[in-house]
Design a protein around this ligand. Structure first.
Ligand code: ZN
Length: 913
């Protein structure tokens, strides 16, 4: 045992040893004291005091380091250096924990740290990271257990693995480790290796180490918080933006993906990414199967998607985000394209796995292109590849992300963010499918329209049958020059079309005009004639051949059915012409209005099928599925607009855009107005206009009252359409009696269909077994529907009186017939009564004969409306005796409730019955 003097002498002669001794021994004690908050220096002159002051300086330095923003590794390096010094550890190291592909792992971050080593030399470049799973070695054990370890002799510890030593050539003897933990997660591990001048770290070293770890822990937490904040904000941005882009509108898959991927590009934190789109065809064309079936070609044995498709990338979209941003689209990429050559996208398409690969150059399963992939000099380092799966669980594409921006491998957070994105992309495919279907439907519709046009369009020969340019000028109308066309118009006016006042003795200017003496072909010419009479052909520069073609095509658009055929279409157009001209209603309208109104009237029932709206609904016809209300009317309107859309048929071709839009609107109003169900909605409004203009002394005043108010103009226009549509009821008796039979015949045909197709009993109006009741039904129809229209129009313009007169004349004819029928029925009734009285006491039973005549009329009128107009659908079922009777709720129509021609619902008695 040496004495005090010799020790002192030894120390003085060996200053290096003295320094090292105090460094490791005394300083540690001083620090322990410093951390425990009890710096208790016993000998004021000792090294301990001096060292305590030095250690305070170290702590202060580290605290300062903590306040520096930014680089976690750099701060951590400083802490490790100081600990190495204090512990006399040969080396220090820092490992980061992360997850990839669902497996946690540790990666070297700082290595070989000594008190004097350079940060740059210790920082591990992502490409040279040593990565190992958590179940390897003491460090892995520390991360798993989240408990610090002190291993005095690694050779005696079964947990020790020489995995890292083998890679570095270092020889570990003893070690201290400490886990850096946030909540329940291990973020990293710090280790100290090999105690200098001793075999192991002492418990004191351990204590000191743990205390110093507080600094490391704070640094790590700071970094972790900042990183997670970044992750969360990226995640929310990606979700937010991709969601908004993906569901913004219907579009095709490529555009959909592109919009989403482009919008979120900055949040993806990578240098480049690509999307490979997969062919969705499941089955080959039969002719491609032949060579395989014949054995000429080997069946496909290559990779297939889980749902059995061959893996074929039909397009790659490549996004470059580094340097100059660029998007490359590679249709039909070759198999050796750099984005595919590794086989990774195919692997992902085959298995549906998420593949997160670091340091791909070193990978031997997938052979990525090692050199720059293109002229940009881009080299693949890390890759994250994910499948895009649609709702049907089919892989529609592969998204691959290259090189995280900080050079590190993609981690579990990157996986989660990109997975959320690809999930959205997958869902959006549903939208794309819908879009695709819609497109297909649109194209099918176009084709159907084209076919229809081919069938219904006026042919060259038909055009010639009216225009006759071949004979007159030796050329087709489109080859005629300006002069000839002018001449053509003149000829048209003078010779081609019959004179307005003598069409086989009929006058187009009279409400009583009958189409019976005129052939259907000639009616086309009459139609054209009326446009000339209106003066709209010249004014709106309607080419003669277009007008002819249009008129001819409208005629062909009407089906050859019993009543709603071309003759009906023509008559409605004609009555519109008469109301405007003869009835002098034109004064409220512009020339263009008049043009559109007559044209719309001609078209108003085009392509009618001889059955009413109720039948469309009951038979679930495609039309009923397409239109919710005014089913047929909307179809007539669409048909008319289709004609307008065809250039060679567009009589409004020389209008300005605004004018054309106005015409379209007038068509809407006019054609939809022919739905009788809407008639009751406009009755009172129309009556109010008539009431308002009646006391006006000056014509000017009435014109201003109507024409300055677009709504009043439209209401009158709509009522005019009703007046036109029902005008057959106002025609001379010999015309009306025939037309009424045609109407009835069409109804009976529908009744037959209801019986045979729908297996339903038709209402009496449509039941040919009730044909004898026709006169009575006509009376009801006149009283409940028609009378109001013509009475009010006659009150509005006395020029329209002939229509009302015609109506009343027909009313008395129908009534006469009805009375004959009634008398006959009465005789039968009396006969029956006698029989009933004889049988008697079998219980009371109501039959139609128990009703008053007025009630019968109401029922008939109501039946008519129900039959025609399912869409008003407001019948109230009133139990009357044991038979339910349908009544229409005519609420809202102030003048509509009663039967007496709209006299404010005053009377419910039918004056004639
Ligand atoms: Zn009609």
């Amino acid at each position: 045992m040496a004495d005090k003097d010799s020790v002192e002498k030894y120390l003085e002669n060996n200053p290096q040893f003295a320094k090292e001794y105090f460094d490791k021994k005394v300083r540690a004690e001083a620090l322990t004291a410093a951390f425990s908050g009890t710096v208790d220096v016993k000998d004021t002159a000792s090294f301990k005091d001096v060292n305590a002051i030095q250690e305070a300086a170290i702590i202060f330095e580290l605290v300062q380091e903590l306040q520096k923003p930014g680089n976690m590794e750099q701060s951590m390096h400083k802490v490790l250096q100081r600990i190495a010094l204090i512990l006399q550890a040969d080396r220090m190291g820092f490992f980061m924990c992360r997850g990839r592909n669902g497996i946690p792992e540790l990666a070297t971050s700082l290595f070989d740290v000594t008190p004097t080593s350079k940060y740059e030399a210790n920082l591990v470049h992502p490409q040279s990271e040593i990565v190992f799973p958590l179940d390897i070695g003491i460090v892995g054990h520390t991360a798993t257990t989240k408990k610090p370890q002190n291993v005095p002799d690694v050779t005696k510890n079964p947990k020790f693995s020489d995995f890292v030593d083998k890679q570095t050539g270092y020889s570990t003897k003893c070690m201290l480790t400490f886990p850096l933990v946030a909540e329940k997660e291990c973020l990293g591990v710090i280790m100290a290796l090999n105690k200098i001048g001793a075999d192991a770290f002492t418990p004191e070293d351990e204590k000191l180490f743990h205390k110093y770890m507080n600094f490391a822990q704070v640094i790590m937490l700071q970094h972790y918080t900042a990183y997670m904040f970044n992750v969360e904000s990226r995640r929310s941005q990606v979700l937010l933006w991709s969601a908004s882009k993906v569901f913004e509108e219907l579009t095709d898959i490529e555009r959909q993906f592109h919009k989403a991927l482009y919008t979120v590009r900055i949040y993806l934190n990578c240098e480049r990414y690509s999307v490979g789109l997969l062919d969705m065809t499941k089955e080959k064309e039969f002719y491609d199967e032949w060579p395989v079936k014949l054995g000429d070609v080997e069946p496909y044995k290559g990779p297939k998607t889980p749902d059995g498709r061959e893996v074929i990338f039909y397009k790659i979209i490549d996004y470059l985000l580094e340097g100059k941003e660029e998007i490359k689209v590679i249709p039909g990429p070759p198999a050796d394209h750099w984005a595919l050559v590794s086989g990774l996208p195919t692997y992902v398409a085959e298995n549906g796995f998420i593949c997160n690969m670091m340091n791909v150059a070193a990978d031997d399963y997938f052979t990525f292109q090692k050199e720059a992939v293109d002229e940009t000099g881009f080299v693949i380092k890390n890759v994250l590849s994910l499948p895009i799966v649609n709702k049907k669980e089919e892989i529609v594409g592969i998204a691959t992300f290259f090189n995280r921006k900080d050079g590190k491998p993609f981690d579990e957070h990157d996986e989660q963010i990109t997975e959320a994105l690809t999930q959205f992309l997958g869902w959006s495919v549903l939208n794309c499918d819908t879009y695709d279907k819609l497109n297909r439907m649109e194209w099918r519709k176009d084709i159907a329209q084209e076919m229809l046009m081919y069938q219904s369009r006026c042919t060259k020969d038909e055009l010639q049958s009216i225009l006759n340019t071949n004979e007159k000028f030796g050329s087709e109308p489109e080859d005629c020059d300006q002069k000839e066309m002018y001449k053509l118009l003149e000829l048209f006016r003078k010779a081609t079309c019959p004179p307005a006042n003598d069409v086989h003795g009929e006058d187009l200017y009279l409400f009583s005009f009958s189409d019976f003496p005129v052939t259907e072909f000639e009616l086309i010419k009459c139609g054209i004639r009326m446009f000339f009479e209106l003066g709209v052909v010249e004014k709106f520069k309607v080419p003669a051949e277009t007008l002819t073609r249009w008129m001819y095509t409208v005629r062909k658009g009407y089906r050859a059915i019993t009543y709603h055929n071309w003759r009906h279409g023509f008559n409605v157009g004609h009555t519109m012409f008469c109301l405007l001209q003869t009835g002098r209603l034109r004064k409220y309208y512009t020339d263009l209005d008049a043009f559109a109104m007559v044209a719309a009237a001609f078209c108003h029932d085009i392509d009618h099928r001889g059955t009413n709206n109720l039948y469309q609904t009951k038979s679930a016809s495609p039309l009923a599925r397409l239109h919710g209300s005014s089913i047929l009317e909307r179809h007539h309107l669409e048909y008319s607009k289709t004609l307008m859309a065809e250039e060679s048929l567009n009589i409004f071709c020389n209008l300005q855009k605004r004018q054309f839009e106005n015409v379209q609107h007038l068509f809407d109003v006019c054609i939809i107005a022919t739905d009788l169900a809407l008639y009751f909605k406009k009755r009172t409004m129309f009556q109010n206009i008539v009431n308002a203009t009646e006391p006006m002394a000056e014509e000017k005043e009435a014109i201003a009252f109507v024409s300055n108010n677009p709504t009043r103009k439209e209401i009158i226009m709509a009522m005019m359409m009703t007046g036109c549509d029902l005008s057959a009821i106002t025609k001379p008796w010999e015309v009306q009696s025939k037309v009424a039979l045609m109407v009835a015949a069409e109804f009976w045909e529908q009744g037959d269909l209801e019986r045979s197709v729908l297996d339903q009993q038709p209402i009496p109006m449509m039941d040919r077994n009730c044909a004898e009741q026709l006169p009575k039904m006509q009376c009801g129809f006149i009283d409940f529907v028609c009378s109001f229209v013509y009475k009010e129009f006659s009150r509005f313009h006395k020029e329209i009186q002939p229509m009302f007169d015609g109506l009343n004349n027909n009313r008395s004819h129908w009534n006469e017939l009805a009375q004959v029928y009634e008398a006959k029925m009465k005789a039968i009734e009396e006969e029956k009564k006698k029989l009933e009285e004889a049988e008697a006491k079998k219980g009371k039973k109501y039959t139609a004969s128990h009703l008053s005549e007025a009630e019968k009329c109401m029922i008939v009128g109501a039946y008519f409306m129900i039959a025609s107009h399912v869409n008003s659908r407001r019948p109230i079922i009133v139990p009357c005796g044991t038979s339910p009777f349908f009544f229409f709720n005519l609420a809202g129509g102030g003048g509509g409730g009663g039967g007496g021609g709209g006299e404010g619902g005053k009377s419910k008695t039918c004056t004639i019955c």
